[in-house]
Write a protein that binds this ligand. Structure first.
Ligand code: SAM
Length: 242
């Protein structure tokens, strides 16, 4: 997987991605990162890339031409048609399903806005996927791009080792993950559920599935509507909801 990020703050992207699991994946060549400074494609000697909005109003707007030129430069390094994600609070809300879909691509372009956003004309020209990371407004698209790249990277084969496996995590099958415990077995008089100490694999799996269903019913009932539950599990939820 190779990420190309069009941004006014490439250092933010490089420093963020160079850390922890994504940093290790880059060192091992499983993930590539091409952080492109849109300012390098300014068409004036002051390197300005923003201007006042037509029609008036607060703030500045990123101009179309530098963004387009930065994208054209990136395109010369990509051999096939590529999905271009524009980070925007107006886009489709990012979730695990979209992370899985995007993780199947070989290359992705992320376009980060700043100020009041980007001139609509260049967005119409180059963007394939407007994506939001949630219903709130941030100052720029860099953190959202890093959120997306992190979620996508951990689905790329080899990025997580066995101990960090993405298997069975929250949102798979529209359920939240079961609660996790580690040593010590008793912490401030609170005990780890006995079944987890039993060494009985089938019972542990049964308990975990039940906890997943109960936790999802309690914290994210909206997800549960799409989960495949057995009649027994459905009955358990009905009892809890009574
Ligand atoms: N004026 C825009 C609006 O009301 O839709 C918001 C612009 S915001 C201050 C600046 C930039 O931050 C956006 O162009 C976008 O790239 C990024 N951004 C802000 N909130 C975001 C979110 N929830 N998801 C993804 N990107 C976001």
């Amino acid at each position: 997987m190779r990420f190309h990020v069009l941004t006014l703050f490439p250092d933010m992207i490089i420093n963020g991605m160079n850390t922890s699991i994504t940093g290790r994946a880059m060192e091992r060549g499983l993930i590539g990162l091409d952080a492109v400074d849109i300012r390098d494609y300014a068409d004036n000697k002051h390197m300005r890339v923003d201007d006042y909005p037509y029609g008036g109003g607060a703030g500045m707007v990123m101009q179309a031409e530098p963004v387009y030129r930065a994208f054209e430069a990136v395109k010369t390094r990509i051999s096939r048609p590529v999905r271009v994600v524009y980070l925007t609070p107006q886009g489709r809300v990012f979730n695990q399903e979209l992370a899985e879909e995007l993780a199947r691509e070989e290359e992705l372009v992320f376009l980060c806005g700043h100020y009041e956003g980007i001139d609509e004309r260049v967005l119409e020209e180059i963007v394939t996927d407007p994506v939001s990371i949630g219903d709130y407004v941030l100052t720029g698209g860099e953190l959202p791009a890093m959120v997306m790249m992190d979620a996508i990277s951990r689905l790329v084969p080899g990025v997580l080792n066995n101990e960090e496996s993405a298997v069975g995590e929250s949102f798979q099958g529209n359920l939240l993950e079961y609660p996790q415990y580690s040593r010590p077995a008793v912490w401030r008089e609170k005990e780890v559920p006995e079944v987890l100490l039993s060494g009985h694999h089938a019972n542990v799996e049964r308990w975990r599935r039940e906890q997943s269903v109960l936790r999802t019913a309690m914290w994210r009932p909206d997800l549960l509507k799409k989960a495949a539950l057995t009649p027994k599990e459905q009955e358990m939820i009905n009892m809890v909801n009574k």
